[in-house]
Design a protein around this ligand. Structure first.
Ligand SMILES: *Cc1c(COP(=O)(O)O)cnc(C)c1O
Length: 375
């Protein structure tokens, strides 16, 4: 099989070799060293500001989305959540469950975030327009609505829309909003600089571009986010970040983590450091994405996102075929996995990923198979 899904993705040989070994005992100085190095490298690769920390959660990416909401936000907050697909909807659901007041910014499938989608976004950029809107009794500046936090999935993987973090960053700085970024599928695929953006939380997971097995998700916390963690008392033991941080001080976790996956993450982070760091990783994902996109130009496939990430290409077949049937045919007849969509998009959209160990030769095989299937 060749795997072009959006996770789990194909791992390097070094990562796979670790997976073949027995999992070692972990309350040791040796494992602590590995965890402290994991933290150092994650801080560096996220571009985290001085004084930031990292929490490693045993659980998939969603666990870290939920842990972030539980530890950073309370019923006293008011969050704005970008909801452009199933991952945005997930953040809304988490806020609902944990009693965090929130408003969603609903975006149509495939649409990017525009300044006019932000409550009084053009207040920042066009005070004139805002004044006339208020004069007409329209929406008032959101300062008066008391927003405190902004939640976004930088890359809404379900639809392949990559949001403009520059716009979001400016908006959050202007309004003093805590910025929580689910960067799960975009980390290492697109540029991201936590310090420059003023982001307070960055979340990623082991099975996306980190190209390890699923099981670990990672939360990078800015000093401002850490202050909130210290103040809050989540009604949960397993996801209590205070406990996780106190343990991580000595390279440990409160409970048995996915030890093997953390060792694989260490190998992968070292691999990235040795091969030129994040910039080289982003360049590789970009090269793969561009290669694939250039090779399908004459196929009956339409790219359905206004703003693409290097991580994924979302495609709609224009020859009337069901996107899900294309997924099944590639899997069953060609030994190739692409990523199907669920819900309303099941028959309309499939996605091709550019994460993990893939080569242009792999994409050549995919294009040949696609030509065959789409005939
Ligand atoms: C993959 C992904 C997640 C996490 O999903 P899990 O199945 O919980 O790992 C969250 N957000 C985005 C944007 C993702 O791509």
């Amino acid at each position: 099989m060749i795997n072009f899904t959006v996770g789990p993705v194909q791992s390097s040989e070094a990562v796979r070799e670790i997976g073949a070994q027995n999992v070692p005992y972990f309350r040791t100085a040796e494992f602590s060293e590995v965890m402290l190095e994991n933290e150092r490298l994650m801080l560096k690769f996220a571009g985290a500001p001085e004084g930031s920390r990292v929490v490693f959660i045993t659980g998939s990416g969603t666990a870290s989305m939920e842990a972030s909401v539980m530890n950073l936000l309370t019923s006293e907050d008011r969050a704005l959540v970008v909801n452009g697909g199933s991952f945005g909807a997930r953040f809304c659901k988490i806020c609902d469950i944990h009693g965090v007041p929130h408003d969603e910014i609903r975006l149509e499938v495939g649409h990017k975030l525009r300044v006019e989608d932000l409550p009084c976004g053009d207040w920042d950029f066009n005070a004139e327009a805002q004044r006339s809107r208020e004069a007409e009794g329209g929406m008032r500046c959101c300062r008066t609505r008391g927003y405190t936090a902004f939640l976004v999935n930088k890359h809404e993987t379900s639809t392949g829309v990559h949001y403009d973090m520059g716009l979001i960053s400016r908006y959050c700085k202007e309004h003093g909003l805590l910025l929580i970024v689910d960067n799960i599928s975009s980390f290492l695929c697109d540029e991201f600089d936590m310090a420059a953006l003023g982001a307070d939380v960055m979340i990623t997971g082991s099975q996306k571009a980190l190209a390890c097995p699923p099981g670990i998700s990672i939360i990078v916390l800015s000093p401002h986010a850490l202050e909130r963690v210290t103040k809050n008392d989540p009604k949960c033991m397993y996801f209590d970040m205070k406990d996780a941080l106190a343990n991580q001080d000595r390279g440990q976790t409160p409970f048995t983590p996915a030890v093997g996956t953390l060792l694989q993450i260490n190998a992968r982070l070292r691999e990235i450091a040795a091969a030129g760091g994040v910039a080289a990783e982003v360049q590789k994902a970009k090269a793969m994405a561009e290669y694939f996109r250039s090779r399908i130009a004459d196929l009956p496939l339409e790219i359905v996102s206004e703003s693409l990430s290097n991580a994924v290409t979302p495609l709609h077949p224009t020859n009337g075929m069901s996107a899900y049937d294309i997924f099944l045919k590639l899997k069953d007849e060609h030994g190739i996995w692409i990523c199907p969509n669920g819900g309303e998009l099941k028959d309309k959209v499939f996605r091709v990923g550019h994460m993990g160990c893939l080569t242009t030769a792999d994409y050549d095989k995919l294009v040949v198979a696609l030509k065959e299937v789409l005939k």
